[in-house]
Design a binder for this molecule. Sequence first.
Ligand SMILES: [Cu+2]
Length: 494
Amino acid sequence: MKTSFLRHRLSSALAVVLATTCASPLALRAAETAGELPVEFAVLTHAPHVPPPIGRRHPARVIVNLEVKELVRRLADGVDYTFWTFGGEVPGMFIRVREGDEVEFHLNNSPDSKMPHNIDLHAVTGPGGGAASSFTAPGHSSQFSFKALNPGVFIYHCATAPVPMHVANGMYGMILVEPKDGLPPVDHEYYVMQGEVYTAGRYGEEGLQPFDPAKAEDERAPYVVFNGAVGSLVGDNALQAKVGDIVRIYFGDGGPNLTSSFHIIGEIFDTLYQESGLAVAQHNVQTTMVPAGGSATVEFQVQVPGTYILVDHSLSRAFNKGALGMLKVTGPEDKVVYSGKEIDEVYLGQASTAGSDASKREVALIAERKEAIASNPQIAGLSKEIQMERGKKVFLSACFACHQPDGKGLPGIFPPLAGSDFLKADKERAIRIPIKGLSGPIVVNGKPYNNLMPPQVFSDEQIADVLTYVMNSFGNEDGTVSPADVKRIRTQTQ
Ligand SMILES: [Cu+2]
């Protein structure tokens, strides 16, 4: 349904491209002076994809059709949320037009919606950015037009009261107004937006979570995420590039409240276009501040293969609330640019503070509650497959940073989990490692290691899941660990 929608958009855009290229430049100029512009349908894309460059060097009347849908979507593993969306996903669909275009905007509110919605596009010059003109009840459609006077990368969002709630529920997206002469070509363009979700439950608390107005008012977000969900840009969903490629990311902050300190671990932004504008603001930038309701565009060339981590460098948000994504770069190594033997201290610093007494107590309480639930025979009996999937997510949120996504570790620093004889030899010891951490000399597959693994703050269930995942992945093939096993070992070691 989603792809056919997109295909429809693409094919209508193609038809228009054909139509406009058939018209002679003279006829186009005549139409322009008569105020009659060629008509096009905008190509809209879901994140992290960006519509292709405009290409055209004359203005057009561009028709945008955007549908508001309220729907339940995954926020994190086992956690659902009723999102309000521009186009069915969070963030809203990416819109791309050209400076000087006249945009005919149709906002359609699905008949299944419960709420009225509207749209305030920061690319609009005029009161409310289109908000009042686009106020649309469920099952209705509104139309307004604006001229894209200023080039830039602009946010759009719903501005229906209570506005912070509509935005926190996912009602934000981006519109790029290309400068008249277009943008420099690059190898990949990606669309990433940060936003907070104010759930009634704490981070990771399972079930369908309602919006918590008090937390929103206090700006205490249990979730800060990229592209609408924890893990939307990790593992198989990571952004992709090849060594030598130039990558451009349009990064927006939907908020509603928090400023982002956007950073990519292991990369430097060669070029930064700051705060919506498309003039080069600065070169060689490590972290750029993106205000709520604002954007930045970054460009960088990737020189070395590996996994680069997109974060809000307010790091608790990255490592405890979900604001973490990945860019996977493939291609030949360049040992001069990067030897492959350094450690990013960020991981150790963050992980070591994570073991505070409060978190331990919290983990214990959550584990107690989870065990009470699990002892209900109807709920018990989670299949190994579910455990594996959950464990994979835990692995990708913590262990991968050191043991590497393929479990092979780094020579002399992080021992391998793939084919590890150390792991296999003693299940109880394996369970103790994430709980208590591990330091001092060990030998794994005949090679010595003498380093430090900080304790991993996870619930019994998460530790059981991640160990079960590890014991059955990367060529390892057997063993399961249950939450009860973990609880028993945790009690013994405390
Ligand atoms: Cu709304």
